[in-house]
Design a protein around this ligand. Structure first.
Ligand SMILES: Nc1nc2c(ncn2[C@@H]2O[C@H](COP(=O)(O)OP(=O)(O)OP(=O)(O)O)[C@@H](O)[C@H]2O)c(=O)[nH]1
Length: 182
Protein backbone atom coordinates (compact mmCIF):
# COMPACT_ATOMS: atom_id res chain seq x y z
CA UNK A 1 0.00 0.00 0.00
CA UNK A 2 1.39 3.46 -0.83
CA UNK A 3 1.76 5.90 2.06
CA UNK A 4 -1.28 8.01 2.80
CA UNK A 5 -0.52 11.72 2.68
CA UNK A 6 -2.12 13.63 5.55
CA UNK A 7 -1.82 17.28 6.53
CA UNK A 8 -2.29 18.17 10.18
CA UNK A 9 -2.48 21.68 11.65
CA UNK A 10 -1.24 22.36 15.17
CA UNK A 11 -3.20 25.34 16.48
CA UNK A 12 -3.69 27.30 19.68
CA UNK A 13 -2.67 30.41 21.58
CA UNK A 14 0.89 31.77 21.66
CA UNK A 15 3.53 29.92 23.58
CA UNK A 16 1.43 26.89 24.55
CA UNK A 17 4.06 24.53 23.10
CA UNK A 18 2.86 23.87 19.53
CA UNK A 19 6.39 23.95 18.11
CA UNK A 20 7.80 22.02 21.06
CA UNK A 21 5.27 19.20 20.65
CA UNK A 22 5.88 19.06 16.91
CA UNK A 23 9.68 19.07 17.28
CA UNK A 24 9.58 16.49 20.07
CA UNK A 25 7.50 14.22 17.82
CA UNK A 26 9.52 14.76 14.62
CA UNK A 27 13.06 15.20 15.97
CA UNK A 28 12.87 13.67 19.47
CA UNK A 29 14.19 16.58 21.46
CA UNK A 30 12.88 19.48 23.54
CA UNK A 31 13.54 23.11 22.66
CA UNK A 32 13.87 25.20 25.80
CA UNK A 33 14.22 28.60 24.17
CA UNK A 34 11.16 30.44 22.99
CA UNK A 35 11.17 31.52 19.36
CA UNK A 36 7.71 32.59 18.13
CA UNK A 37 6.70 30.71 15.00
CA UNK A 38 5.54 32.33 11.79
CA UNK A 39 4.65 29.09 10.06
CA UNK A 40 6.67 25.90 9.63
CA UNK A 41 5.84 22.64 7.95
CA UNK A 42 7.46 19.44 9.22
CA UNK A 43 7.43 16.04 7.52
CA UNK A 44 7.27 12.71 9.30
CA UNK A 45 6.64 9.13 8.21
CA UNK A 46 4.84 6.88 10.66
CA UNK A 47 3.47 3.35 10.31
CA UNK A 48 0.28 2.37 12.08
CA UNK A 49 -1.05 -1.17 11.81
CA UNK A 50 0.96 -1.79 8.66
CA UNK A 51 -0.18 1.41 6.94
CA UNK A 52 2.40 4.09 6.26
CA UNK A 53 1.43 7.73 6.66
CA UNK A 54 3.41 10.62 5.20
CA UNK A 55 2.50 13.43 7.57
CA UNK A 56 2.83 17.11 6.95
CA UNK A 57 2.61 18.97 10.23
CA UNK A 58 1.75 22.63 9.89
CA UNK A 59 2.98 24.49 12.95
CA UNK A 60 1.09 27.78 12.94
CA UNK A 61 1.84 31.14 14.50
CA UNK A 62 -0.03 31.38 17.81
CA UNK A 63 -3.60 32.53 17.44
CA UNK A 64 -5.87 34.63 19.59
CA UNK A 65 -9.51 35.53 19.22
CA UNK A 66 -8.59 38.43 16.91
CA UNK A 67 -6.05 36.70 14.69
CA UNK A 68 -7.55 33.47 13.40
CA UNK A 69 -6.30 32.21 10.00
CA UNK A 70 -8.31 33.08 6.86
CA UNK A 71 -10.55 30.60 5.04
CA UNK A 72 -7.88 29.58 2.51
CA UNK A 73 -5.78 28.15 5.32
CA UNK A 74 -8.24 25.34 6.11
CA UNK A 75 -8.64 23.95 2.60
CA UNK A 76 -5.94 21.26 2.60
CA UNK A 77 -5.93 20.38 6.27
CA UNK A 78 -7.14 16.87 7.16
CA UNK A 79 -6.96 17.06 10.95
CA UNK A 80 -6.36 19.51 13.80
CA UNK A 81 -4.39 19.25 17.01
CA UNK A 82 -5.73 22.03 19.20
CA UNK A 83 -3.38 22.92 22.04
CA UNK A 84 -3.76 24.95 25.19
CA UNK A 85 -1.41 25.10 28.13
CA UNK A 86 -2.55 23.73 31.49
CA UNK A 87 -0.95 26.76 33.18
CA UNK A 88 -2.92 29.30 31.13
CA UNK A 89 -6.64 29.91 31.44
CA UNK A 90 -6.34 32.43 28.60
CA UNK A 91 -5.04 29.73 26.26
CA UNK A 92 -7.99 27.53 27.24
CA UNK A 93 -10.40 30.32 26.26
CA UNK A 94 -8.58 30.87 22.96
CA UNK A 95 -8.72 27.19 21.97
CA UNK A 96 -12.53 27.43 22.04
CA UNK A 97 -12.43 30.31 19.55
CA UNK A 98 -10.08 28.33 17.34
CA UNK A 99 -12.40 25.31 17.36
CA UNK A 100 -15.47 27.41 16.52
CA UNK A 101 -13.56 29.04 13.70
CA UNK A 102 -12.58 25.66 12.22
CA UNK A 103 -16.19 24.47 12.21
CA UNK A 104 -17.31 27.75 10.60
CA UNK A 105 -14.66 27.54 7.93
CA UNK A 106 -15.21 23.84 7.21
CA UNK A 107 -18.99 24.21 7.29
CA UNK A 108 -19.38 20.86 9.08
CA UNK A 109 -18.96 19.53 12.59
CA UNK A 110 -17.37 16.30 11.39
CA UNK A 111 -13.82 17.53 11.64
CA UNK A 112 -11.03 15.35 13.05
CA UNK A 113 -9.80 17.16 16.16
CA UNK A 114 -7.77 16.23 19.23
CA UNK A 115 -7.68 18.55 22.25
CA UNK A 116 -4.34 18.75 24.08
CA UNK A 117 -3.53 20.35 27.44
CA UNK A 118 0.25 20.77 27.25
CA UNK A 119 2.85 21.58 29.96
CA UNK A 120 1.39 19.05 32.38
CA UNK A 121 4.84 19.01 34.06
CA UNK A 122 4.20 22.52 35.48
CA UNK A 123 2.12 21.06 38.30
CA UNK A 124 2.38 24.03 40.68
CA UNK A 125 1.27 26.51 38.01
CA UNK A 126 -1.85 24.71 36.87
CA UNK A 127 -4.80 26.97 35.98
CA UNK A 128 -6.96 24.51 33.99
CA UNK A 129 -8.00 21.27 35.65
CA UNK A 130 -7.95 17.93 33.84
CA UNK A 131 -11.73 17.78 34.31
CA UNK A 132 -12.29 21.12 32.52
CA UNK A 133 -10.21 19.94 29.58
CA UNK A 134 -12.03 16.64 29.40
CA UNK A 135 -15.40 18.37 29.64
CA UNK A 136 -14.57 20.64 26.71
CA UNK A 137 -13.31 17.74 24.57
CA UNK A 138 -16.43 15.71 25.41
CA UNK A 139 -18.61 18.62 24.28
CA UNK A 140 -16.78 18.41 20.93
CA UNK A 141 -16.92 14.57 20.94
CA UNK A 142 -13.17 14.70 20.58
CA UNK A 143 -10.35 12.88 22.37
CA UNK A 144 -8.44 14.70 25.11
CA UNK A 145 -4.86 14.27 26.29
CA UNK A 146 -2.65 16.13 28.71
CA UNK A 147 0.95 16.16 27.51
CA UNK A 148 4.39 17.48 28.29
CA UNK A 149 6.66 18.28 25.36
CA UNK A 150 9.38 18.88 27.93
CA UNK A 151 9.17 15.43 29.52
CA UNK A 152 8.04 13.73 26.31
CA UNK A 153 4.81 12.61 27.92
CA UNK A 154 2.08 11.43 25.54
CA UNK A 155 3.52 13.32 22.59
CA UNK A 156 3.52 10.46 20.09
CA UNK A 157 0.07 9.49 21.30
CA UNK A 158 -1.30 12.88 20.23
CA UNK A 159 -0.30 12.29 16.63
CA UNK A 160 -1.38 8.66 16.57
CA UNK A 161 -4.68 9.80 17.96
CA UNK A 162 -5.31 12.43 15.28
CA UNK A 163 -4.38 9.89 12.58
CA UNK A 164 -6.90 7.49 14.04
CA UNK A 165 -9.55 10.24 14.03
CA UNK A 166 -8.82 11.15 10.42
CA UNK A 167 -9.08 7.51 9.39
CA UNK A 168 -12.27 7.10 11.26
CA UNK A 169 -13.93 10.18 9.80
CA UNK A 170 -13.00 9.02 6.30
CA UNK A 171 -14.24 5.49 6.85
CA UNK A 172 -17.34 6.05 8.87
CA UNK A 173 -18.08 9.74 8.72
CA UNK A 174 -18.97 9.91 12.37
CA UNK A 175 -17.18 10.79 15.56
CA UNK A 176 -17.18 9.46 19.09
CA UNK A 177 -14.94 10.85 21.76
CA UNK A 178 -12.57 7.86 21.99
CA UNK A 179 -9.35 7.28 20.17
CA UNK A 180 -8.16 3.91 18.90
CA UNK A 181 -4.44 3.56 19.29
CA UNK A 182 -2.04 0.80 18.47
N1 LIG B 1 7.59 23.30 31.15
C1 LIG B 1 7.25 23.16 29.87
N2 LIG B 1 7.57 24.12 28.99
C2 LIG B 1 7.19 23.95 27.70
C3 LIG B 1 6.50 22.79 27.26
N3 LIG B 1 6.26 22.92 25.94
C4 LIG B 1 6.79 24.08 25.56
N4 LIG B 1 7.37 24.71 26.62
C5 LIG B 1 8.06 26.01 26.61
O1 LIG B 1 7.10 27.02 26.31
C6 LIG B 1 7.69 28.02 25.47
C7 LIG B 1 6.87 28.15 24.18
O2 LIG B 1 6.97 26.94 23.45
P1 LIG B 1 6.73 26.89 21.87
O3 LIG B 1 6.79 25.46 21.48
O4 LIG B 1 7.62 27.84 21.16
O5 LIG B 1 5.24 27.44 21.82
P2 LIG B 1 4.34 27.77 20.54
O6 LIG B 1 2.95 27.44 20.90
O7 LIG B 1 4.89 27.10 19.32
O8 LIG B 1 4.54 29.36 20.44
P3 LIG B 1 4.15 30.37 19.20
O9 LIG B 1 5.11 30.06 18.09
O10 LIG B 1 4.30 31.74 19.76
O11 LIG B 1 2.73 30.12 18.83
C8 LIG B 1 9.14 27.59 25.22
O12 LIG B 1 9.98 28.26 26.13
C9 LIG B 1 9.12 26.10 25.51
O13 LIG B 1 10.38 25.63 25.94
C10 LIG B 1 6.18 21.77 28.24
O14 LIG B 1 5.57 20.72 27.97
N5 LIG B 1 6.58 22.03 29.52
Amino acid sequence: MPPKQRRIAIMGYRSVGKSSLTIQFVENHFVDSYDPTIENTFQKMITIRGQEFALQLVDTAGQDEYSLPPQSYYVNIDGYVLVYSTNSQKSFEVVKFVYDRILDMKGTNIVPVVLVGNKSDLRMEREVSFEKGKELADSWKAPFLESSAKENQRVEEIFKCIISRMERSENIGQQKSGCVLS
